[in-house]
Design a protein around this ligand. Structure first.
Ligand SMILES: CC/C=C\C/C=C\C[C@@H]1O[C@H]1/C=C/C=C/C=C\C/C=C\CCC(=O)O
Ligand SMILES: N[C@@H](CCC(=O)N[C@@H](CS)C(=O)NCC(=O)O)C(=O)O
Length: 145
């Protein structure tokens, strides 16, 4: 839940940064060009927004169907990575790349957990097979939260 609340405040923070950049470089809407420093801030916010729905949906589904703890951990890592991406991109186009690769890996992790969680739930409901329970047993773990 904390991870979800934190992630919902991040887009607002990025939008505020674009508003400040518009004032700083005197670029009123609907213009989106005019100064390279503004354009990078604008693109950083747009890129983060593009991936945001996928992030929130997979964060939610992975938490619901797989593990809240693991989903929250990946959520924090993603938010941290997107924060780094935004500020890296605001500095230079090159600065966005390392955090972008990092967040891409975390995003794929959330996609995988969501898919596996839903698969486990379906197999338990429709086939009576507890995939997650068997996996935990094989790995010698207690059932994940
Ligand atoms: C259903 C799956 C949909 C999306 C997959 C999830 C995550 C996608 C990741 O965030 C995106 C990954 C981007 C990867 C970019 C790779 C290369 C970088 C591109 C340009 C570098 C060249 C340069 O500017 O110097
Ligand atoms: N809308 C993105 C889609 C692809 C994407 O996410 N690209 C990454 C890696 S090249 C990016 O950082 N794009 C910069 C941007 O969107 O401004 C784009 O135009 O590039």
């Amino acid at each position: 839940m904390k991870s979800l609340l934190l992630s919902l405040s991040l887009p607002a923070y990025f939008s505020l940064k674009v508003i400040y950049a518009r004032r700083k470089y005197s670029i009123p809407p609907p213009a989106t060009t005019g100064h390279p420093d503004f354009e990078r801030v604008f693109r950083a916010q747009a890129n983060c927004s593009e991936y945001f729905p996928l992030f929130v949906i997979t964060l939610w589904v992975a938490g619901l169907f797989f593990s809240q703890a693991l989903s929250a951990l990946l959520g924090f890592l993603y938010i941290y990575g997107r924060y780094q991406y935004f500020h890296g991109y605001a500095e230079s186009a090159q600065g966005r790349l390392a955090p972008l690769y990092f967040t891409a890996k975390v995003q794929w992790g959330l996609i995988a957990l969501s898919a596996f969680g839903v698969l486990c739930c379906m197999s338990r409901l429709h086939l009576g097979v507890d995939l997650l329970g068997s996996l935990c047993e094989v790995l010698g773990l207690n059932q994940l939260e």
